[in-house]
Design a binder for this molecule. Structure first.
Ligand code: ADP
Ligand code: MG
Length: 237
């Protein structure tokens, strides 16, 4: 049998992605180039300001490129048994200081009974960092983010709920498209990368959102053994 390997929709998607990537990287590069030229002829006090902008722009390029690495073939990614509770606790710990500053309260609504997933810990961590950061950014005046887990058949569901700005139906349709962002300094890559990681882990993601009310993302992952709840006693860790 023969299969058409060059599917035109697929190729046009690659083209769009490449064009978007080139654009996103060229913008900060243009800024950097301009500022370096100015730096050569500038006074001392401005040097600090311009160097700061240059470093920020270099960080942005680095960030964009590293987000795209996740989309590349997962050649050196090792799946292991991961504790979901450990991952969620770590993510909340990482973001707690920033949340405090922004008057955001993160409620940990998952119990101590642990769930073990088969996956890549750093990638799974990245998904929850992305989702919690988005939730935090949806709460410019502070608010509440609730992180909860529940078992649904042979899967575990993680819900991340915020009472923030919410989204319109049109927005909901667009999220996850590369470079789609409504934020001044957003990249519009966080959800795309998260979707890809979730797909790599045979999981699913869905969203409910209402403008000015809030947003809930539900993520599910298969449990390590079908129909089995994996409980670890806390004294074992
Ligand atoms: P970025 O955060 O850089 O904008 P993302 O891919 O993480 O990129 O998110 C894309 C867009 O989805 C955001 O700009 C925002 O408009 C929307 N979004 C994502 N999460 C939420 C949320 N919890 N509440 C409201 N809008 C959200
Ligand atoms: Mg984001």
């Amino acid at each position: 049998t023969e299969e058409m390997l060059l599917k035109s929709e697929k190729l046009s998607l690659v083209g769009e992605l490449a064009a978007g990537l080139a654009h996103e990287i060229r913008n900060p590069l243009t800024t950097i180039k301009g500022l370096v030229q100015v730096l050569q002829e500038t006074t001392e006090d401005k040097k600090v300001v311009y160097s700061d902008i240059i470093l920020t722009e270099i960080d942005r390029i680095n960030y964009i490129v590293s987000e795209f690495m996740v989309l590349a073939k997962p050649h050196a990614i090792y799946f292991t048994e991961c504790s979901l509770t450990d991952i969620l606790k770590k993510v909340i710990y990482l973001l707690e200081a920033e949340a405090n500053l922004k008057n955001v309260v993160i409620i940990n609504d998952f119990n101590d009974e642990d769930v073990i997933l088969y996956g890549e810990k750093n990638q799974l961590t990245q998904v929850f960092v992305n989702l919690l950061k988005n939730a935090m950014e949806a709460l410019p005046n502070g608010g509440i983010i609730r992180v909860s887990t529940s078992l649904v058949k042979d899967k575990v569901r993680i819900s991340i709920e915020d009472n923030g700005v919410g989204m319109t139906e049109e927005q909901v349709k667009k999220i996850g498209e590369p470079f789609y962002t409504t934020k001044a300094t957003g990249t519009g890559l966080g959800l795309m990368v998260s979707y890809k990681i979730i797909q790599n882990h045979k999981g699913s993601i869905s969203v409910k959102s209402e403008l000015n009310k809030g947003t809930t993302f539900d993520i599910t992952f298969p449990l390590i053994e079908n129909n089995a709840m994996n409980t670890y006693s806390t004294t074992n860790k």
